[in-house]
Design a protein around this ligand. Structure first.
Ligand code: GAL
Length: 959
């Protein structure tokens, strides 16, 4: 086959060894990671002349594992659905960047004459391999291992390994995942000796019988292999023998019990960490070890902001620990098998895994799915090859509870063939695939971004008929999973709580996986060295999908976003509900197998934001699925603004977090605040030169604008603000409505103010204003009623809509500005992080402080952020002069930043946000929720903000 024919071939490869398990073996192994000689061709070389770096020309060095676009060769490109080349399968463009990798490897004398394999854990996308000048074969399947028999070519001493990797191939039509197009040997390469009489493959079947507590172990391996499990008293059991074990501890995500299983022949020993567990579908319920599971999951792409999909061991561990410490119990490996060590970490630390095949053909959808490979039998081998390599590699991992055929590949016979093969090869795990809603060949009904209402209907088995009525009964009878929901792009998602309530309400719903774990931003620097994260279009791609690649629960550098903190709270495995009236706490254990014995409970109180007491709370051990009610101890007496918090923390170190790590908490207010005393402010405004004096404040006489308050200069007087820099969810790229487009169309970003009246009153000063966008006949009428005492100022603001408002509002607030010297904010209310009405569970009442800069969340694409909810009072200080104190009656939303919402709207990357000469303060009467409409449902009705009369009373003073 010519090089071009290989590139265009429907076949998945040639000359490779059959797929086998990823096995920790004592057989000698030489890592080929490190520096390789490298050169990049603009197209696939026409001949198979073996690349030779000694020619010098165009050669340099490159790191393996790595992606060449992040090492100075070519540039990354991002598209979501669309192929970045004309759709003419199996042909790809002539311009096909092709990298030649060359290195030598020193082979010991004793290897010569033995079998050996050259193993590539991942080569994106088309790999051709030579050793010592001989063509070994070629392979596709970028995130799948490929092995070539090489023993017959090896010589003692130096051997030359050559890998030619092309960016595009026929296989690219099967690898249209929503991620950066990047290439190279991005996972490890190794040379492994295969001793005669060794263990090429192992398939461990370790079942758990929850009715007896017993286990059954059957290890398929080379006929002469012997199996030992010291802990279970098993020694030298012949491979292929089923052993019944009277009592084993099962593996689960909550208690990831592993046993060391040693498989040995005279020449090789393989040591596996094995978990006994069962996965079963029981009616419409997904069960592990006989207990229903609720997947509190995330979709994880492999990502590192500097190295792309080449992810190092520390980063993988960091992901696992971040997940565990945020109450996540499941991962869908969207949309390809991850590095094999990641799956091992899931075994060890306890995460359920939906292991997905490296398959997505979404780019055919925009063309009506014409030519989709999924139903084209010419691609059948490629499909089966992928699925086989996926399953065989990780088949021994207890964490894998579902095999997934791939993502968004339409439907067709090749998918059905893969499912059929899995059912034969590994009947112990159900099959998942979302793309076929009929669910004819899968075992769970999977959907993505189903609305709350749809999930509710599915939970009740009342979802609408799908395409093929013959399959309806099957689909309706199987468990339901949301393989993607709650699109975590930018600020959001909102509405997690309501999803969780549905998942918990219906047995049929086994939970879901938030889309997605991490923003795939690429770390870049401005000329002055300021770091930022790049997204689609930043590398000059002619076709791209912008920042849709940044939609994770953690920022590209793995800083947890507010969305992750919200998710942690919403999916907490233990709930503590406090009844402030009866002083009772109901502790509910939502675990599948763990009791609450690993947690210790404590209470704490505060009044006016100051801590007033704390102690331990005796909670009897609560079994999974059970609740207890305990009484709080007598709480410190409080007159106003006091809350009690109950917190459950790790009693001892866990492998994934130290003792004291908080797992869950609950809070209740037990003394509330009196409203601002109106009568105290009944003094008239005084004329003082060109100003009005109202209490400690000065207002401009002509315009009624507030100019100063005590010693605090007010640069821009309070004015109505309805605009917020659209969030990705406001943009609603793939949602039911594009709120931000409606807002702009109406002109909410360019409201015009008209002062109707400034009126001196017996109790102060009254301003009447009308705010409306040009060309519109709707308006918001605002009355600002100011009154003062010696040292304080009171504002009552009333907002009345005029006309028939066609849209809901982003926010409703007052905005003013203070000198840039203001640097710090402290407040009493919900915190410490940002929150919005439909994403507020993670915020707790307390007294918080932050620098102004620390209040901002650096979303990859700048957008509305930083809003603190339920603020009772806030103090803005800095610069050594008087600060401003604002109290709400009852409370307000607070946003403080060094730029305006308009500047935030215009910014495209974080360095575009440049501090100006003032600090902007927004005090909100209300904010809209966030929703998840960047891909999924919009803001639920309860969190929408219709234009309707609203009022707020504030008290200002200096500090
Ligand atoms: C889904 C897809 C994901 C991702 C997501 C949007 O349709 O499966 O890969 O593209 O939408 O971010």
């Amino acid at each position: 086959m010519s090089p071009i024919d290989r590139i265009r071939s429907y076949a998945p490869g040639a000359g490779r060894l059959p797929a086998r398990a990823s096995l920790p073996s004592d057989a000698p192994r030489i890592s080929l990671d490190g520096e390789w000689a490298f050169r990049l061709h603009p197209a696939v070389p026409a001949t198979d002349e073996v690349p030779d770096p000694s020619t010098g020309e165009g050669w340099g060095a490159i790191a393996v594992p790595g992606m060449w676009q992040l090492q100075g060769h070519g540039s990354p490109a991002y598209t979501n659905v669309r192929f970045p080349f004309p759709v003419e399968p199996p042909v790809v463009p002539d311009a096909n960047p092709t990298g030649d990798y060359v290195r030598t490897v020193t082979v010991p004398e004793e290897w010569v004459g033995q079998e050996a394999v050259l193993r590539f854990e991942g080569a994106d996308a088309h790999l051709t391999v030579w050793v010592n000048g001989e063509l070994l074969g070629w392979s596709t399947g970028s995130r799948l291992a490929a092995e070539f028999a090489v023993g017959h070519l090896l010589v003692a001493g130096e051997n030359v390994v050559v890998a030619r990797v092309s960016q595009w191939a026929a296989s690219s039509y099967l690898e249209d995942q929503d991620m950066w197009w990047m290439s190279g040997l991005f996972r490890s390469v190794s040379l492994q000796l295969r001793p005669a009489g060794g263990i090429d493959d192992v398939f461990v079947h370790a079942d758990y019988d929850e009715t007896t507590g017993g286990g059954r172990l059957l290890v398929e391996a080379a006929p002469l292999a012997r199996i030992s499990v010291e802990e279970l008293g098993l020694a030298d059991v012949p491979a292929g023998t089923a052993v019944e074990i009277a009592s084993v501890e099962p593996w689960s995500a909550e208690v990831p019990r592993l046993y060391e299983v040693v498989v040995a022949t005279d020449s090789e020993t393989v040591t596996l960490r094995v978990g006994f567990r069962s996965v079963r579908i029981d009616g419409d319920v997904l069960k592990v070890n006989g207990r229903p599971v609720l997947l509190r999951g995330v979709n994880r792409h492999e990502w590192h902001p500097d190295t792309g999909r080449a992810v190092d061991a520390d980063t993988m561990l960091r992901d696992v620990l971040l997940m565990k410490t945020h109450n996540i119990n499941a991962v869908r490996t969207s949309h390809y098998p991850p590095h094999p060590d990641f799956v091992r970490l899931c075994d060890e630390y306890g995460l359920y895994v939906v292991l997905e095949n490296d398959l997505e053909t979404h780019g055919f959808e925009p063309n009506g799915w014409r030519q989709n490979p999924s139903d084209d039998l010419r691609w059948r081998d490629a499909y089966l090859d992928r699925m086989t390599r996926t399953l065989e590699r990780d088949k021994n991992s207890p964490s894998v509870i579902l095999w997934s055929l791939g993502n968004e590949s339409g439907h067709g016979r090749n998918l059905a063939a893969m499912a059929e093969w899995i059912h034969r090869r590994d009947p112990s795990r159900p099959v998942h695939y979302e793309g076929d809603w009929d669910s004819g060949y899968v075992d769970v009904y999977s959907r993505m971004y189903a609305t709350h209402a749809e999930v509710d209907a599915i939970g009740r088995h009342e979802e609408p008929l799908t395409v093929d009525p013959a399959l309806d009964a099957h689909r309706r009878s199987i468990p339901f999973v949301q393989c993607e929901y709650a699109h975590a792009m930018g600020n959001g998602p909102g509405g997690l709580t309501e999803y969780q309530q549905l998942f918990e309400a219906y047995d049929r719903c086994c939970g879901g996986f938030v889309w997605e774990w991490i923003d795939h931003g690429i770390r870049q620097r401005t000329p002055d060295g300021t770091e930022f994260f790049a997204y689609g279009g930043d590398f000059g791609e002619p076709l791209h999908d912008s920042n849709f690649v940044a939609d994770g629960l953690v920022l590209p550098d793995r800083t947890p976003s507010p969305g992750l903190l919200e998710f942690k709270k919403v999916v907490e495995p233990v709930r503590t509900a406090i009844d402030a009236g009866t002083r009772q706490v109901v502790v509910t254990n939502l675990h599948e197998v763990r009791t609450t014995a690993y947690l210790s409970f404590g209470w704490s109180t505060s009044e006016g934001g100051e801590a007033t007491g704390a102690g331990t709370l005796d909670v009897p051990e609560v079994g999974p699925g059970e609740s207890v009610t305990v009484a709080l101890p007598p709480l410190p007496a409080a007159t106003a603004d006091a809350e009690v918090t109950v917190s459950a923390v790790l009693a001892a170190d866990e492998p994934w977090a130290p003792a004291g790590h908080e797992v869950s908490w609950g809070q209740a207010e037990y003394a509330s605040r009196p409203p601002v005393d109106v009568l105290a402010f009944a003094t008239p405004a005084r004329v003082d030169g060109d100003s009005y004096a109202v209490g400690p404040a000065r207002f401009d006489r002509g315009t009624g604008r507030l100019r100063s308050l005590g010693g605090v200069e007010v640069l821009d007087a309070p004015a109505l603000v309805v605009w917020r820099a659209p969030t990705d969810n406001d943009m609603g790229y793939h949602g039911p409505n594009q709120l931000a487009v409606e807002w702009r169309a109406l002109g909410l970003d360019r409201m015009v103010r008209r002062l109707e009246l400034v009126e001196e009153q017996s109790a102060g000063l009254r301003l009447r204003e009308r705010y409306a966008p040009a060309a519109a006949d709707v308006a918001l009428l605002v009355t600002q009623s100011w009154s003062g005492t010696g040292d304080a100022l009171r504002l009552r603001v009333d907002v009345e809509p005029e006309g028939g408002w066609p849209v809901v509002l982003p926010r409703l607030g007052l905005r003013f500005s203070l000198p840039a010297a203001v640097s710090d904010v402290s407040w009493s209310g919900l915190g410490p992080g940002e929150s919005y009405p439909d994403s507020v569970r993670a915020a707790r009442l307390g007294r918080w402080s932050s620098s102004v800069d620390g209040l901002q969340t650096p979303y990859v694409m700048p957008q509305e952020n930083g809003h603190r909810s339920g603020v009772r009072w806030a103090e803005l200080t800095g610069g050594g002069t008087a600060g401003l104190r604002v109290e709400g009656s009852p409370e307000f939303g607070l946003t403080v930043r060094r730029w305006t919402s308009e500047q935030l709207t215009a910014a495209r990357h974080t360095p575009d946000l440049v501090p100006g000469d003032r600090v902007w303060v927004e005090l909100d009467l209300a904010q809209s929720g966030l929703g998840s409409a960047s891909c999924g449902p919009g803001v639920l009705p309860a969190y929408q903000l219709p234009a309707q009369p609203r009022s707020l009373t504030l008290r200002f003073s200096t500090v």
